[in-house]
Design a protein around this ligand. Structure first.
Ligand SMILES: N[C@@H](CCC(=O)N[C@@H](CS)C(=O)NCC(=O)O)C(=O)O
Length: 322
């Protein structure tokens, strides 16, 4: 008998270093300009959300950014894009060093995003959901003038429920398709993914954004998955009922966000493709990176303005990328 679908299903390791950086500093790590470094990689969708939030909220001057290259071995992400292969602030080549400073026996994956305490060189947290939530709610004093409210209180419940489903049935579900260890596990994930994408196609037909009439954390959660959909998830992860470009509403929604400052300017499709196709040798043993798809459509008009909506509410878009 084959392993049951449950046995062969991909399970994300959701154990994190959960120390929070808070306004009152009760965790031992107070919000403080210049004290921490966000480490990300353009390739990674979980890190992408932190990059978007940092841009939208204008935190570039208070929270520095280290950027790992697109590929890594089983040991660690590395700062191979930096001169000399060293992060200019942390002075290390391997992100692993910052995890080992936190815990010399650190037993889990060396993941991005991570926030490092520059003084001690140790990772404070690598919990992606907590990172974006705390940047929005604990770092308020350091937001730029005109920063959007990504967690509007009046929509709190709806926001939680949409984010929850988007995480389970979209963001993580594409990985469940790609890394399924049995036909049954794949079929289950595929069906759940497309049920959710049909739900989103319907939901976004009458509203410009996922919750309320402004950009929120829910849009920040969905966008990085859509940006990777045709270049990676459709082929590499076998999430292939349709391409994003064949889902007219989701495709227009994705273009709308792509063209909104803070979203599209965090995307580097070459790095995204290199990461997935080179790193995941179990599902792409040759490591060959596809040349397509053609991305020209991302800059075409989306027509979503007719749904109304005020992307930044009473605020303003972020300025150009530094
Ligand atoms: N691990 C986190 C998100 C971060 C994450 O998985 N990042 C990936 C890249 S997209 C990573 O760093 N993988 C390296 C590893 O697991 O060793 C989660 O499961 O929600």
């Amino acid at each position: 008998m084959n392993a049951s679908a449950a046995d062969a299903a991909y399970e994300r390791d959701a154990r994190y270093l959960t120390t929070r950086i808070t306004r009152d500093g009760s965790s031992g790590y107070p919000v403080a300009p210049g004290r921490y470094r966000l480490v990300a990689a353009r390739a990674c969708p979980w890190a992408n959300r932190a990059l978007i939030v940092r841009r939208l909220l204008g935190l570039e001057d208070v929270l520095g950014l280290g950027m790992a290259g697109p590929t890594h071995d089983e040991q660690s992400w590395t700062f191979d894009l930096d001169p000399g292969g060293l992060d200019p602030v942390l002075g290390t080549h391997f992100l692993r060093d910052a995890y080992l400073r936190r815990d010399p026996e650190y037993p889990l994956g060396i993941t991005v995003p991570a926030i490092v305490d520059i003084g001690s060189g140790a990772v404070v947290t690598n919990d992606p959901d907590r990172i974006t939530r705390d940047l929005a709610t604990e770092w308020v004093e350091h937001h730029r003038p005109g920063a959007p409210n990504l967690w509007p209180r009046k929509h709190a419940e709806e926001l939680e429920s949409v984010i929850d489903r988007v995480y389970r049935d979209v963001n993580n579900c594409v990985y469940e398709c790609g890394f399924a260890g049995s036909q049954e596990a794949y079929d289950e994930a595929y069906d759940r993914l497309w049920t959710a994408l049909d739900w989103l196609e319907e939901r976004l037909s009458t509203r410009r954004y996922l919750v309320g009439d402004t950009i929120t954390e829910a849009d920040v959660r969905l966008f990085p998955t859509l940006a990777r959909f045709d270049p990676v998830y459709h082929g590499h992860f076998k999430a292939n009922r349709n391409r994003l470009t064949e889902m007219p509403i989701l495709w227009a929604y994705a273009r709308d966000l792509f063209q909104t400052p803070g979203f599209g300017d965090t995307i580097d499709v070459a790095q995204i493709k290199e990461h997935y196709y080179v790193v995941h040798r179990t599902i792409n043993p040759t490591g060959i990176v596809p040349k397509g798809p053609d991305l020209a459509g991302w800059r075409t008009s989306h027509g979503r303005e007719r749904l109304g909506g005020r992307p930044f509410g009473d605020g303003t878009p972020p300025g150009p990328v530094r």
